[in-house]
Ligand binder design. Structure first.
Ligand SMILES: [Mg+2]
Length: 167
């Protein structure tokens, strides 16, 4: 079990994670954090670009599942409206939700990736389950706790700055 706080890959937004990139990494299942990864905390409506990105991945045959720590109804509601599979209360960085997802899809961790905006939940959780971790920039840190956590992440973001998918 890896307790590394460094993501395998970095991206500015999810849009950089193309079907071609996932194919090159033998990734068949992409787990997606919800808040600040797909949409900001302050809305339930993704941008047109994110909607298109989700469609492109689906069309390419990539399995998609939202894996969120959220306990709010807005996550399953969003997933239902957008035809996405969904695991909530996932308790990242603990393995519960990520393992549940791997089992559900019967996929080896080496063929799965997790994208998220937070190192202490998404990146650490993915690394602990040997799932390829992809760190994105938070869409919008709208409050002080989120801003403070981001500051704590800055050393790891600095160390991993050369791991960008798109140089
Ligand atoms: Mg998040």
């Amino acid at each position: 079990m890896s307790l590394s706080l460094l993501p395998k890959w970095r991206a500015k937004t999810v849009l950089e994670i193309t079907p071609a990139f996932l194919k090159s990494q033998n990734i068949a299942l992409l787990m997606m954090d919800f808040d600040n990864t797909i949409v900001p905390y302050t809305t339930n409506t993704p941008t047109q670009e994110v909607m298109q990105w989700l469609k492109d991945l689906k069309d390419a045959g990539v399995q998609l599942c939202v894996v969120s720590n959220s306990k709010k109804q807005r996550v399953p509601t969003f997933c239902k409206e957008n035809g996405l599979d969904c695991i909530t209360h996932s308790k990242k960085p603990f393995p519960k939700g990520i393992r549940q997802c791997l089992q559900k899809y019967n996929i080896d961790p080496k063929n799965a990736a997790i994208v998220g905006d937070q190192i202490f939940t998404d990146t650490l959780g993915g690394n602990g389950c040997k799932v390829t971790s992809i760190l994105v920039q938070p869409i919008h840190n709208h409050n002080l706790p989120l801003k403070a956590r981001y500051v704590l992440e800055l050393p790891m973001r600095f160390i991993s700055r050369n791991r960008r998918i798109t140089k």
